[in-house]
Design a protein around this ligand. Structure first.
Ligand code: DAK
Length: 257
């Protein structure tokens, strides 16, 4: 049984992972990260899991890496840091990942949120990369993913000053996809998850992969990838089902085949 996360399947096709370390504002200690990476690994191989939602609580999505743990790590400890593999596992999750964020999403918390594909934020959410206050820099993709998401000036301002931004500002900057009332973030994430869970799983997977390619490849390569992925889907039963269902004016029933 995991100690720092709760994993539920509230509805068919949807998994809800709740970070549960309120005494430390869901700070991402190594054990929590290991549990999260393991839960995603399990969801990766679970045909019934089509979409995963990650959330925290009202005060914090996650306030970053565990600073007490960091204090105990020297240079060699950092070189052999087991968290690197956990982060890689989380970032490599191939199914849609939705973050429902209330309260603080700081440092590693903001980085975890940026590993998600869709972010629903409560009006009370605050985002930041305050590592600079500790004499360090972001270590789980914060300099790279933040810049790609919000552009250079705001990323520089956030990383160099450690200042936080509001949910409204994050929405304007493209860091989150929607802002809702704090009590509605999980509910709204569930609605979005539901809309994805009924789609053809292979198409969803390739769409995610193609969209992620756009962030780290040139246009010509990205377009080539899209064409290959598009062509690949022509061999799936779900494509036949989708087109047939449209012609027969009924709801498609996708099987992931
Ligand atoms: N780590 C450990 N404990 C934390 C914590 C954190 N990040 N954030 C909060 N806590 C604990 C507090 O110590 C406090 O514990 P007690 O004193 O009650 O035992 C409890 O949570 C409540 O926090 P506060 O009393 O401070 O609550 P406030 O409402 O007054 O303030 C706050 C909330 C979020 C403004 C404040 O807690 C805060 O500034 N927290 C630290 C935020 C921060 O600096 N985060 C960035 C950490 S560095 C890497 C991967 C990732 C990273 C690095 C490397 N590799 C794979 C190499 C990431 C680094 C980081 O995220």
């Amino acid at each position: 049984m995991p100690r720092y996360i709760d994993v539920q399947a509230p509805e068919q096709g949807i998994q809800l992972i709740t970070l549960q370390r309120p005494e430390a504002l869901n700070a991402l200690c190594t054990e929590l990260l290991a549990e999260l990476a393991e839960a995603l690994r399990a969801a990766e191989h679970d045909e019934l899991a089509r979409v995963v939602i990650i959330t925290g609580d009202r005060k914090a999505f996650a306030a970053g890496a565990d600073i007490s743990e960091m204090a105990e790590r020297d240079l060699v400890g950092i070189l052999n840091d087991p968290r690197v593999a956990h982060w890689q596992g989380i970032a490599a999750f191939s199914k849609p990942l939705i973050a429902a964020v209330n309260g603080y999403a700081l440092g590693g918390g903001c980085e975890l949120m940026m590993c998600a594909d869709i972010v629903i934020a409560g009006t009370d959410a605050r985002f930041g990369q305050p590592e600079i206050n500790l004499g360090i820099i972001p270590g789980a993709g914060g300099t790279q993913r933040l810049l790609r998401a919000v552009g250079k000036p705001l990323a520089m301002q956030m990383v160099l000053t450690g200042e936080t931004i509001t949910a409204r500002h994050a929405l304007q900057a493209g860091l989150v996809s929607e802002v809702t009332l704090p009590e509605l973030t999980v509910e709204r994430a569930m609605q979005v998850a539901r809309n994805i869970a009924v789609k053809a799983p292979l198409a969803v997977r390739l769409a995610k992969e193609a969209l992620l390619k756009a962030a780290d490849t040139d246009l010509a390569s990205g377009l080539r990838f899209e064409r290959h992925a598009f062509t690949l889907l022509a061999g799936t039963a779900d494509r036949d089902e989708g087109i047939r269902a449209f012609q027969e004016k009924r709801q498609a029933r996708f099987q992931g085949r």
